[in-house]
Design a protein around this ligand. Structure first.
Ligand code: SF4
Ligand code: SF4
Length: 223
């Protein structure tokens, strides 16, 4: 859920749907019940990992997030929440919408900011009953953390040849996704919840894109 600059005249929600087109909600512990009762499914949510670059439209800038967030997915190539229905500006799960959506008032952000500070859902809390999967997730987080990548890209910018270390991380990220799917039968649409967004997509935050050459070799290309 993104914060919109408060209006001066507005005092109630006009059901325009603007907030739902500018971002999806982050889930709090209070939203666990939505997962338990099936309003939300693992295929509907994904993880923004600590250190990832996200857009903050309060200050109209990209910021590095310093905590893990589990969010409702957005529609492809858009910041629009997957539950938003464009035809009539409505919400497919309105009666059971997440905590942030209930708190959001675009004319007064106080309530939202107070809710935002409350405890959020993390992958660790979601996977408590599946220690084997949690172990895979934590190992991936350790090997493919954004703090490691930040350091490597700083070294690349300063002229050091550590590109192969970046490729090793990219390769690990791809391999573990394939392994979870092939060997453990994890549905592909759960993958961005378990492991965050694929690194070959998010690497764009460092000003590069990844191209895969014949034989599966990677190349980093400046953008
Ligand atoms: S909270 Fe504001 S932006 Fe969101 S639907 Fe209501 S009026 Fe529109
Ligand atoms: S869950 Fe519903 S209310 Fe919340 S952002 Fe999505 S469409 Fe809007």
């Amino acid at each position: 859920m993104e914060i919109i600059t408060p209006g001066t005249e507005q005092t109630e929600c006009k059901r325009c749907g603007d907030c739902c087109t500018k971002g999806s909600p982050t889930l709090h512990v209070t939203d666990n019940v939505l997962l338990i009762e099936g309003t939300l499914n693992y295929k509907d949510i994904y993880t923004i990992r600590s250190g990832e670059l996200v857009y903050n439209n309060v200050d109209d800038e990209f910021i590095t997030i310093d905590e893990e967030l589990v969010k409702v997915k957005e529609k492809s190539d858009s910041r629009e929440c997957i539950f938003f229905i464009n035809d009539d500006n409505s919400c497919r799960i309105y009666e059971k919408r997440p905590t942030q959506c209930q708190a959001f008032e675009c004319w007064n952000t106080e309530k939202f900011l107070s809710v935002f500070a409350e405890e959020k859902i993390t992958r660790e809390t979601l996977l408590q009953s599946n220690p084997a999967l949690l172990d895979i997730v934590e190992t991936h987080e350790m090997k493919c953390s954004y703090s490691v990548l930040n350091n490597l890209f700083e070294e690349i910018r300063s002229g050091k040849d550590v590109v192969n270390e970046v490729f090793d991380i990219l390769s690990y990220d791809m391999t573990i996704r394939q392994m979870l799917s092939d060997k453990m039968g994890v549905p592909n649409d759960y993958m961005n919840l378990l492991l965050g967004r694929p690194l070959n997509e998010t690497i764009i935050m460092y000003g590069y894109k990844v191209e895969t050459e014949e034989g599966g070799f990677f190349t980093l290309v400046n953008i």
